[in-house]
Design a protein around this ligand. Structure first.
Ligand code: C2E
Ligand code: MG
Ligand code: MG
Length: 821
């Protein structure tokens, strides 16, 4: 070695330097002549391979180079000797010297352009090669993991193009790899999730966050929804700039399905709890209240919010009706013994305000999924006769007596349920508003009994052509509303509608002598035309009107342009404002007579909207509009003052009668109501006892304690209170006793059939008995026949009101009938 080094030491001049560089360069350098003989071999061969260059020079390549290397790189030499530069990259040299080489073969041409030899330069790239191999292997491992991962994966470019997707994702979404790569995530995402998705991915792209997770929905190739949990992380390039994102997509459809099922089950349980006629209280192991259903709220006087967390003994107080001793709460036993405990007999529940209700109850323990006791549930109900009555009334109040179909109030609640369900299931529902054409003519020509027959026949026809889960209701004289809980869009709805119309026209019931009876149908479809119950009803009504305008008979779907022309409501509202100013509103008075003597002792003030002496709109049409627009407050004020003034005038004329004034919910709940009433009484200088306010059950019940306080303050003025339209509302009979009410006005739907329907009569009798039990006067409204009057009189009704005794009439007309007192 020493010797060799010395031999190649550079000296002065160019030649020794060239030799030094050639021999010291970190490359194997040779010159091979065209006879394949080495003519120059640099010193690096000795250092790298332990081969003395002197041993190689002037010898043939084939003699010196091992067979293994020759096999690999030999062809490059041939190529260079043929005049073509060549590059070799790969392993060379056998045994321990084996390394990874990059070699250049460069032909050397003489002046004639003939190859006279080849320069070869080999550099050792073993290290780089190892690194590259490692990199490739790791890349392959990654790709394998990516490709075969059980979870969906994608590499996403900043513009949300997909660079790579794996098999799991392809399978999850139903596309081939190629198809998927041609799509963007935006195309695959459910439209309702686009906004959230976009927001997060742009934050990521802008560098505002490194990762995000999102539950979202993709659309499978076949159209179904795939719920996924998406986790995205940003990958930055060497320059720190966002390069791409790695997305992991986990299919959580099944979990969602479970959640949905669980939710539905819970909802069902809750709905059941809310709607069962029993009161329900649940507690934990320590007997602390965990929930109260609405009936339990009403019966105990504790609201859910107030009661939760309180000891059961504070909320639910039982005494023995005979001894008045406190009774042991069966819930405690049920929890302690892990059993069902029933309590029958003389238990009386004490309301928070001191009222008493006889009850029956039973208690049971509640278990967790492992079967251990975690609390208790107490179920109880009112056993006074009022409850049985309330249940019957609820049915009557929700059904039309003529056809037995649900009425508007039941329709309303079904509609709300159906819309909520359709929204959850992303389903479609439809509402058909059906109105019989020329019904008045039928009634006038053939009589009311014939009219009733037509209504019953149409009801039966509709019912028989619809599925059980669809609701057919009668909402007014000749108006029916059909609620389809599921439809296949407009096409489905129109097919059904045609079936209904054709079927009816083919039936005998659709003809009466010469007259053919038809109906007009307006349709609104959820979710296309409306999202809430009220708009659904209104739009179907608007569409039905359109059919009538176009010459009747047939059906039409709602289109928004229909409601663009001044809708009836809007028109009424505008005109009502003018009418108030112009004094087109007047009060008429309908007499109330003493049942026994027939003497007029009172009158109900009823609003009339008269233009040139003709009624332009009925109160049922314009009062709801006034209530919605807020106009009712000033309108109601005017009614109050006018009624007081009139009552005062009659009083001073020696004909004192009690004038009843209807009050609307928004008017009653308006803060200034009490003051307005007081002012009206003072202004008219009227003994307050000559005014009675007619409130509705709904108004009284909805505001709870607040309305009770207000009612008491009104009573303190000396004004009496009556409950109007009784029996059509909430039916919380036992709750009534908490309110300072003087009179119940039995709704005319009960009076109507009292002489012909024994069931109805029994219920009405029971209401009257109960009202007497509560020390209330009973007034019957809508009395039209002497039979009805006779029955009511015998049942103990004090006052009668109805067409039999007089319609609502101008004040002076009524005055002429009043006896001096
Ligand atoms: P309501 O308070 O139940 O009034 C009784 C309604 O029954 C009146 O209808 C009356 O004309 C009608 N009626 C009376 N006797 C008979 C009968 O024998 N047979 C039949 N079929 N009907 C009878 P009207 O005047 O159309 O009033 C309808 C509703 O409008 C009233 O029902 C009341 O809720 C409301 N209303 C009327 N005036 C006012 C008012 O000044 N303020 C408020 N807030 N509401 C009013
Ligand atoms: Mg009334
Ligand atoms: Mg009434």
């Amino acid at each position: 070695m020493q010797q060799t080094d010395r031999e190649y030491l550079p000296g002065d001049g160019e030649a020794p330097w060239a030799t030094h560089v050639l021999n010291g360069a970190p490359a194997l350098i040779t010159y091979i002549d065209r006879h394949r003989r080495f003519r120059f071999v640099n010193g690096t061969h000795l250092r790298w391979l332990g081969v003395d260059p002197a041993q190689m020079v002037d010898r043939l390549v084939d003699e010196v180079v091992d067979d293994w290397s020759l096999q690999r790189a030999g062809s490059c030499l041939e190529q260079a000797l043929a005049g073509e530069p060549a590059v070799y990259e790969g392993e060379l040299f056998g045994g321990s010297a084996r390394c990874y080489m990059h070699g250049n073969f460069q032909p050397d041409f003489d002046a004639d352009g003939q190859v006279r030899g080849v320069f070869t330069v080999f550099i050792d790239i073993t290290e780089r090669h190892v690194l590259e191999t490692q990199l490739r292997e790791s890349e392959q491992r990654f790709y394998g993991a990516f490709q075969h991962a059980a979870i969906g994966m994608a590499l996403v470019a900043p513009d949300s193009r997909m660079l790579r997707v794996n098999g799991a994702l392809c399978q999850m979404l139903g596309y081939s790899e190629e198809e998927l790569l041609s799509k963007s995530f935006v195309e695959l995402t459910h439209e309702d999730d686009l906004a959230a998705s976009h927001q997060l991915s742009s934050e990521l792209a802008a560098g505002g966050r490194e990762t995000y997770q999102l539950e979202k929905r993709y659309i499978h190739r076949d159209g179904h929804i795939v719920h996924v949990l998406l986790s995205v992380s940003l990958v930055r390039g060497a320059d720190g700039r966002p390069q791409h994102a790695v997305a992991q997509i986990q299919d959580i459809s099944q979990r969602k399905a479970y959640e949905e099922a669980l939710f539905r089950e819970r909802e069902l349980a809750e709905v059941t709890l809310r709607s069962i006629g029993d009161a329900v209280i649940t507690t934990d192991m320590q007997h602390r209240v965990t929930s109260l259903n609405p009936i339990a709220e009403a019966m105990t006087g504790w609201s859910h919010g107030e009661a939760v967390g309180k000891p059961m003994s504070e909320v639910f107080k039982l005494i023995d009706s005979r001894t008045r001793d406190p009774l042991h709460n069966p819930l405690l036993d049920a929890i302690a013994r892990d059993a069902i405990v029933e309590l029958k007999g003389d238990a009386v529940l004490l309301h928070r305000n001191g009222f008493e209700t006889p009850i029956e109850d039973s208690a049971a323990s509640i278990h967790d999924h492992a079967g251990s006791v975690i609390g208790g549930v107490l179920v109880f109900h009112d056993v006074s006769e009022t409850r049985a009555l309330a249940l019957k009334m609820a049915h009557l109040a929700q059904h039309d007596t003529l056809t037995g179909l649900p009425n508007r109030s039941l329709l309303q609640s079904r509609l709300e349920q159906v819309l909520a369900a359709a929204q959850r299931r992303q389903d479609q529902a439809a509402l058909l508003h059906i109105d019989i054409d020329h019904f008045k003519q039928i009634n006038d020509t053939f009589g009311h009994a014939a009219g009733d027959d037509v209504l019953r026949a149409l009801a039966a026809h509709l019912r028989s052509h619809l599925r059980n889960e669809d609701t057919v209701s009668r909402v007014g004289g000749d108006e029916f509303v059909v609620l389809l809980s599921h439809v296949d869009g407009r096409i489905g709805a129109s097919q059904l509608c045609e079936k209904l119309i054709r079927g009816w026209q083919a039936s005998n019931a659709s003809r009466m002598g010469e007259l053919s009876i038809d109906f007009s149908v307006g349709i609104s479809v959820y979710p296309d035309d409306a999202h809430d119950a009220e708009t659904m009803l209104r739009n179907a009504d608007v569409a039905m009107y359109e059919v009538k305008m176009q010459g009747r008979s047939g059906y039409r779907f709602f289109v928004p342009s229909m409601s663009e022309r001044p809708a009836a409501r809007l028109r009424i509202e505008q005109e009502l404002r003018k009418a108030l100013r112009r004094g087109e509103l007047v009060l008429h008075y309908q007499p109330k007579v003493e049942a026994v003597s027939g003497v007029i002792v009172g009158a109900e003030a009823l609003l009339r909207w008269l233009v040139d002496g003709r009624e332009v709109y009925a109160p049922d049409e314009f009062i709801p509009v006034a209530e919605e627009s807020g106009l009712i407050v000033s309108l109601g004020d005017w009614v109050l003052r006018e009624a007081c003034r009139q009552a005062g005038e009659w009083y001073r004329a020696g004909r004192p009668i009690v004038v009843a004034v209807n009050v609307s919910a928004p008017q009653f709940q308006h803060a200034g109501f009490h003051d307005a009433l007081q002012a009206a009484l003072q202004e008219a200088q009227l003994p307050p006892a000559l005014i009675e306010l007619e409130l509705t059950e709904r108004m009284v019940m909805s505001a709870g304690d607040q309305s009770r306080v207000l009612m008491q303050r009104i009573k303190d003025l000396g004004v009496s209170l009556a409950l109007d339209d009784f029996g059509t509302g909430y039916c919380s009979l036992s709750y009534l006793k908490y309110f300072p009410i003087d009179a119940l006005k039995i709704d005319r739907t009960f009076v109507r059939d009292i002489a012909s329907d024994p069931d109805n009569a029994a219920i009405t009798d029971a209401i009257i008995a109960m009202a007497h039990g509560l020390d209330m006067t009973v007034v019957a409204e809508g009395v039209e026949t002497p039979e009805q009057a006779g029955h009511l009189r015998r049942a103990g009704v004090s006052l009668l009101q109805g067409f039999l005794f007089g319609t609502a009439q101008p004040a002076d007309e009524l005055f002429r009938q009043l006896a001096p007192r």
